[in-house]
Write a protein that binds this ligand. Sequence first.
Ligand SMILES: [Zn+2]
Length: 419
Amino acid sequence: MPKRLDDAQELSSGVKREIACVLASAHVQSAIEGFRSQESQLREWQMEMARIPAPPFGEGERAQWLAQRFCELGLENVHEDSVGNVLGLRKGTTEQCVTVSAHIDTVFPAGTPLNIRREGSRLYGPGISDNGAGVTALLGIAAALKSAQISHELSVLFIGNVGEEGEGDLRGMRHIFSNPQLKDLISYSLVVDGAGSDTVVSEALGSRRFEVIVRGPGGHSWSDYGTANPIPVLARAIQAFSQTTVPTSPKTTFNIGVIQGGTSVNSIPESASMRVDIRSASTAEIEKLETALRNSISSAADEELRMLEKRGPERKAPPGLSFEVIGIGDRPAGELNPNARILEVIRAVDADLGNVAAIQRASTDANIPLSQGREAVSIGGGGNGGGAHTLQEWFDCEGRDLGLKRILITLLVLAGTAN
Ligand SMILES: [Zn+2]
């Protein structure tokens, strides 16, 4: 069960005062009042963006669209970095910054029909919420800071990043946090992913994914009988690996999601493969499972060779058996320090807004800063949404202003207002 924020320890009076101080600014009040009247513009942006395909590794056109919006909203130094992330800066009085990021990629392959449409307050279509809601929230916040002329101490770096979904494997965020000049300027990271205002992801669920391929010489089922066969090797490895026990706390899971191999019933296959997903809140548990996987496959291969030797003279070809374990995904685990300021601030903002939010563990762009021990959370862009990763995806604009208010106040407490 997710822990409820309101069950946690007392909020410090210091943060409450900081929130009151941010809210006392006439500029901030005018930004907050503007969110409702901004809604039709936000909706237009959201639909316009969702109509631009952004499959994994194909975010270029959407990135260009976002860079134009960043320029129109007065952000400085708007540019695309070498992996395709779009960055735009709103300068504060110092170079240190808070990042507000949203992934721009979708899970939908190129060619997916994007029938983006609106019925009343509801928007429909693939990617409209994940992450149409997040990117639109970024634009809403940038627009509000501009029109209400809010000044802040820390700079605010807006990022539309690539590669959050699936095989993108968090490459956009990984790039940001591997840049030595940039990463040390980042004090806090607010990741905006999907709809809603009722969650705070402060625990990064780690995962590793593997493709295991077993190869052999292959041959005819009758005339080459005795040749090493990759399918029984893979089957033995699956049998052994499936027996591995995992702890319930920290929750750790594994899944064999795909198996493939062989060409016909009377051929000894040349290869067989499986895809394995391993997840845990603990990197150590992920590593144990990876070792178990590697051991299962190497024992299974040894066993096949022993069996072939027993068949002795019947064996026609040399075994020629090999296997490979290829990493196809690696999202690091991590957890926010329970005393982290970013968590204290968002909890206090929620208390102030009378908003109830649950702390969650998930795999998001925040995994990267969290795994480096940095202050980061992932939250929603307001409104309501559902059907993520399906063609029936929807977003309801009702309540978006609450989400934007929550992001704005959190951002300004973290950054410090200067007017
Ligand atoms: Zn997402």
